[in-house]
Design a protein around this ligand. Structure first.
Ligand SMILES: NC(=O)c1ccc[n+]([C@@H]2O[C@H](COP(=O)([O-])OP(=O)(O)OC[C@H]3O[C@@H](n4cnc5c(N)ncnc54)[C@H](OP(=O)(O)O)[C@@H]3O)[C@@H](O)[C@H]2O)c1
Length: 267
C-alpha cells in the first residue's frame, strides 16, 4: 500500500537517499529543505530517477522555530494524513553556533524543531494507517544540561550535538508512552556514515551512507518493526539497544519535557 511520507532534511545525506528508495516504490513523498533552489533541484532529480510524480517539498530553516511553525501550518493545510514522519534533519558543525533565539544550533535543529513539528502534526499522523515516527538519534549521547538546552551555557560542538541527540531520544520514549496509537522509534543509523555532516565534521568515514538508509527504510516501512514503539535501534550493533543511562530515568524524561515546553512556550 502506498504511504504518505514526510522526511525532514532530505536534500542531502541519508534522508535524500531514503527519499529516492521510497519514491521508487511509488509512495507519496514530501521532502524538506532549508534552501529552495536545492530543494527544487532534489525534487526534480528524485522525480526523474524514480519516475514518481508525487514528490513535493516544504521549506524551513530549522534554526528558526518560527519557520518550523510556519512549515507545520502548511503541511497541515496541504496534506490529508501522514503515515510516516522521519525526523532526519540534523546538524553537527556550524559556523553559526547560536540561533537568533539564543539557542545552541544543535539543540534548535536536532531537538526543538522535530519536537515542535511533530507535536503540530500529530492530528495528521493520527489520520494515517499504523503511523510511524522515526527520530534520528546517534551513538553520540550525553546527559542533557538544562542550562545548555535553554541557551544559558555554551559547550563544545560534540557535547552540544550529543546532548541534543539524547534529548531527542528521551522525547521519543516520552512520545511513545503518551501516543499509544503511534509507533515512535529512535535510531542511531550507524556511526561515521559517508555523508556531508561526517565529511565536514569528523574527517573520517567508517561506512557507506547506504547502511543508514537501509535501516531507516526498514524502520519506516517494514512489518517486522510495527511493534517497536518506544525502542531505540542501534545500527552500530544491528539491534535494538539501550540508550545513555542518563536518559532512561522517568523523572529525568519528565523534567526534560517540562523544561522544553517552558523554553519553547509550547503546551
Ligand atoms: N552520518 C552519520 O554517520 C550519522 C550518524 C548518527 C546520526 N546521524 C544523523 O542522521 C541525520 C542525517 O544526517 P546526514 O549524515 O545525512 O547529514 P547531511 O548529509 O549533512 O544531511 C543533513 C540534512 O539536514 C539538513 N539540515 C541541516 N541543517 C538544517 C537546518 N538548519 N534547517 C533545515 N535543514 C537542515 C541538511 O540540509 P542541506 O542539504 O541544506 O545541508 C540535509 O538535508 C542527522 O540527524 C544526523 O545527526 C548521522
Amino acid at each position: 500500500m502506498n504511504k504518505t511520507i514526510l522526511i525532514t532534511g532530505s536534500t542531502d545525506g541519508i534522508g535524500k537517499l531514503l527519499a529516492v528508495k521510497l519514491a521508487k516504490e511509488g509512495h507519496e513523498i514530501y521532502l524538506h529543505g532549508r534552501n529552495s533552489e536545492k530543494l527544487d533541484s532534489v525534487i526534480a532529480e528524485i522525480g526523474k530517477v524514480s519516475k514518481n510524480e508525487n514528490i513535493k517539498g516544504f521549506i524551513a530553516d530549522f534554526s528558526d522555530l518560527n519557520e518550523v511553525r510556519k512549515m507545520a501550518a502548511q503541511v497541515n493545510n496541504e496534506l490529508q494524513k501522514i503515515d510516516v514522519l522521519i525526523n532526519n534533519a540534523g546538524i553537527y558543525k556550524s559556523s553559526q553556533t547560536t540561533t537568533n533565539d539564543n539557542f545552541d544550533i544543535r539543540f534548535a535543529v536536532n531537538y526543538f524543531s522535530p519536537f515542535v513539528l511533530t507535536h503540530a502534526l500529530l492530528p495528521l499522523l493520527k489520520k494515517g494507517t499504523a503511523s510511524r515516527i522515526i527520530n534520528l538519534s546517534s551513538a553520540a549521547q550525553s546527559a542533557v544540561s538544562m542550562e545548555v538546552l535553554a541557551g544559558e551555557q555554551q559547550v563544545s560542538t560534540h557535547e552540544a550535538y550529543a546532548q541534543s541527540k539524547l534529548a531527542l531520544t528521551m522525547w521519543s520514549i516520552y512520545l511513545a508512552e503518551n501516543e499509544s496509537d503511534l509507533n515512535v522509534i529512535a535510531v542511531n543509523p550507524g556511526s561515521l556514515l559517508n555523508t556531508k555532516m561526517v565529511r565536514e565534521g569528523f574527517g573520517q568515514i567508517w561506512s557507506s551512507a547506504d547502511k543508514g538508509t537501509d535501516i531507516l527504510y526498514d524502520l519506516s516501512i517494514s512489518e517486522k518493526h510495527k511493534d517497536a514503539s518506544g525502542k531505540y535501534y542501534d545500527n552500530d550493533s544491528g539491534a535494538f539497544g539501550t540508550i545513555h543511562p542518563a536518559g532512561t530515568n522517568k523523572v529525568a524524561i519528565n523534567t526534560l519535557i517540562e523544561k522544553t515546553k517552558d523554553v519553547l512556550n509550547e503546551n
